[in-house]
Design a protein. Sequence first.
Length: 466
Amino acid sequence: MSLKMSRKMSISRNRRGITTSIVIFLSSILGFGALPLFVFTQSPASATTTTLTPPVQQTPVVVNSTTIDLSWYPSASPTVTGYNIYEGTTQSGENLNKPINSTPITSTNYVATVNPSGNYYFVIEAIDASSNTSSPSNEVEATPTNNPILYVSTTGLDTNNCLSPSAACATINHAISVANNGDTVDVAAGTYDTSSSGTISPSKDLTIQGAGANTTFVGGTSSTNTVGGSVFVVNQGVNATITGMTIQYGSGGGIYNNLGTLTATNDTITNNQARYGGGIDNLGTLTATNDTISDNQAQYGGGGIINLGTLTATNDTITNNQAQYGGGITDFGTLTATNDTITGNQAPNGSGGGINNQGSLTLAATIIADQQSGSNCSGNSITDAGYNLIDDTTCGLTSTTSIIETSPLTLPPLANNGGPTQTIAITPTSLTLPTGTPSPVNYIPASTGLCGPAATSSTTNLVPAG
């Protein structure tokens, strides 16, 4: 009798190790069938199986409301060929049978796409060519947010991801390109010369914030090195906030709001030129607060601002701007000016050195006085909401709380008065009044809400308080 032996090997794998069962069968030519001869088990600690070291995850980076950037230190095991990533929405709740990657990751970085709500938890396992896996890595947690910050600095690089000050981008335009709706672009102190790169035009709803108008400068650098257009353009459908910077030397104006929604706060807009609206050309909805708009020029209308949309101007200083009409402001839309100072502007043809109003204009707690040329106001009638101070009769004020001073006033120049931008501080001693002017001059009850933040703890304040 002769015997024929056949060997059958089956390998069973669990998530924490590999168990190998080898079964040897004896086949008899006598037809007794296949009978098991013996069985033994080979443990993972044997020489044919390698125990893999898990990777170590770093702190995840939330890129935006639907994107989380994962990174990790590689496994120390030399046979590792990739990594699998497991996701859960509760702590220790990852499904270890279902990686979120379709094939093993060969790098040490992965961008996970998630829903824009709740918390997410991640663990990672190393894997080798034989599909052996390590135990899970440390668990990390990330919460998507709609408002991550992209960083820009003069020492940054546009090859960086912009997600931290140490990985800042070099240009605002690049940060915008990688941003998502609702993000903030944080621009560090420094001068950002955009004369070569051109206009900055956010295509998403963003906040672009500088370190302060006295330290962050964006645009050209001189009258011979200007941006070949507006420094910023906000187009239709975009809701943008630009805050805390100086916007300068644009040959198409400082900001062109082209039917968008723009909030400009704590900015200085200066040394820009355009055919219309040297500082700002507004065709959309503009809220301008605590801004200083100075030393801009327009060939025709609106040296400081031209408004063809809806403009709410509060606590702004508009001075030393020039245009043929409306040296400070030309309004063709709807303008509400509260607690503003409009002074020292020029309209060589005499038509509204301060304001040329061809639309709807409401004035409250505002000084319009001491223009370099042209009358304070021209054009349509103005709604007087009270507590204004004007040094000629051209604005047609009607409120009994407003003062029309028929003799010229002399206002002090721009200076650092402690606010976010340079302003013109008005006090009883800084304002040169004609002989015989009653004192105190045009004090406003704080209860009117027209005095600005400086009056919140006092009962009266001289306009404007900004």
